[in-house]
Design a protein around this ligand. Structure first.
Ligand code: AMP
Length: 176
């Protein structure tokens, strides 16, 4: 879920494994600085707490995964976020002979998410971090992303690990 600390942990883990941290949220936020028509469209979607289109995200991921920087491995952070994205990713893996090693499912109480996001909004100035959009982001999670975690839990149970994301950063880090 948003505000579960997945970005913080993905960054730390990627660093300690010396592999790429591939955050779709970070990639999209970078595009916001371009000042072109696309960036305005993205800003509108993201700052309202909605999801960017599957086609756009799938294209970004396909390009990244084929690139040199992904050669030694990567951590996908924030993708796949919809069933359509996970279908795309799995067929991409299949046709490129790639394997999914580990899936971490960050579990957290939504009340705690709200508190965290409000705190983060004060520190980071993310336009999608305010009370008005938290509800939309959590609704999107329940509608679009929770089914993805259910799918992987059912179909990749051997690779699927649920983490109690309410714990302190260092404890989660140790667990991962
Ligand atoms: P995040 O940093 O992962 O919380 O992502 C911030 C925002 O970027 C999300 O609220 C979405 O608007 C957008 N976003 C990031 N990843 C995806 C994705 N896989 N699919 C659709 N939208 C995404």
């Amino acid at each position: 879920p948003p505000g579960s600390g997945k970005g913080t942990q993905a960054k730390l883990l990627a660093k300690s494994l010396n592999i790429l941290h591939l955050s779709t949220g970070d990639i999209l936020r970078e595009k916001l600085n371009d000042g072109d028509a696309l960036s305005f469209k993205l800003k509108k979607i993201m700052s309202s707490g909605n999801l960017v289109s599957d086609e756009f995200l799938n294209q970004i991921i396909a390009n990244k995964l084929m690139s040199e920087e992904c050669r030694n491995g990567y951590i996908l952070d924030g993708y796949p976020r919809t069933i359509s994205q996970s279908d795309f990713l799995l067929s991409f893996f299949k046709s490129n002979n790639l394997n999914l090693d580990i899936i971490f499912n960050f579990k957290i109480d939504f009340k705690l998410v709200e508190e965290r996001i409000i705190n983060r909004s004060k520190q980071e100035q993310r336009s999608d971090d305010n009370l008005d959009v938290i509800k939309t982001r959590l609704d999107k999670y329940i509608l679009e992303t929770y089914p993805v975690s259910q799918f992987f839990s059912n179909n990749f149970s051997q690779n699927f690990f649920t983490i109690d994301a309410s714990q302190e950063v260092y404890k989660i880090q140790k667990e991962l």
